[in-house]
Design a protein around this ligand. Sequence first.
Ligand code: DLL
Length: 439
Amino acid sequence: MNCVIHPVSKPDYMSKNDLKALQLERLQNITKRAYEKVPLYKERMDAGKVRPEDINTLDDIRRLPFTVKTDLRDTYPFGMFASPMKDVVRLHASSGTTGKPIVVGYTKEDIGHWTEAMKRTLASCGLHEGDIIQVSYGYGLFTGGLGAHYGAEGLGATVIPASGGNTERQIMLMKDFGVTGICCTPSYFLHMAEQAEKEGVDLRELPLRVGVFGAEPWTPEMRNRIEACCREGFKAHDIYGLSEITGPGVASSCCAQEGLHIFEDLFYPEIINPETCEVLPDGEEGELVLTTLTKQAMPMLRYRTRDITRIITEPCACGRAIRRMERVSRRSDDMFIIRGVNIFPSQIETAILQVESVVPVYQIILTRQNDLDNIEVNIEVNAKFFDDKVSTIEGIKAKIEKSIERVLGIHVRVKMLQPNSIPRSEGKAKRVVDNRNLI
Ligand code: DLL
């Protein structure tokens, strides 16, 4: 494997002992800061009879309280801030499905750490000075655009701050400016590939060699589809992060493309059983919990991400010492139960993409009738087959239904729709339409 080590990646190779010492020192500082400056943490730690001085080893983190998304909602907008507003130089926000967004703040120092994390992310994806990077994550309150922008600029690359949307212009920029790296959600990239094909632009003929994709769950099957649209050697990388912790830059895949390295010197990971909150050993699957080790404006102690993954114990072929987690394929709160079977959207994506010639544009529709939940999957017919005989389309539909049944063990009705009937997203794709009116 040809893994080039970029100088910004130095902390990724830190020895275990040095890393642990740094983590402990940072954990002690951050716990003290959270306790002294954020009333919610003081209350919780007092109630749990734990004080910052009780953190003497990394395992003592287990004595600290968890933080959940509703804590950020309940203290809206600035109740979790540990810095006075004069030191907060940036705000971002993430909108949920209901009500007010959650707000996150950064000091100058926090922006510096975030930039370093994003430089390490992009370097890990194989980008460097001299690359021309198109940032097509949304700029604005969403952390994707500015996060990638600062990282790419910090790396010394040429940045095109395209933001999301205006897909025709995106293709033009990519082609005319000789873009070598693109940052966006995987679903938006597929939409761009579709648009390029319509315009007669062959992505395989462009110099594009790295995709930095994240912000939504996607499957290895989707990665294969994406890589097949681009020139030989193009790598579709997976990057992970969340606003509450920093934004993108928490973890990233590397040249080995097997799992994502967590930037553990900045974010301390734990895996817990989401029901019992018991901490699980490395290798076991559960909910990822993250503690920010350096964040000044908004320290997060043991934030429950709801994202399901596991820590990979084997060393990575790339030589990095920081540990990896498996790609996040699902969230504990994404699961729905149909006819007694637990289902995650990613399982359906895997099943759909196992059928060749299917475009990965689909939506899962949930309905409720007489207290029974029902699921239907809408998939677009590939434009190439649209004019074909009805029997061809029926044949593809039957294949998809069979594939889903193989994966889930239940029969799910599939509806084939005309090309372009499912709305495309410029950011995170909306895969599930829940019409059950659950409260
Ligand atoms: O999505 C930050 C980000 C921007 C990450 C750009 C990567 C690239 P939020 O909007 O707060 O922040 O959403 C965070 O998105 O808890 C996961 O459920 C999901 N997510 C993010 N990255 C991935 C990924 C940004 N690579 C939530 N795979 C997280 C699967 C992801 N899910």
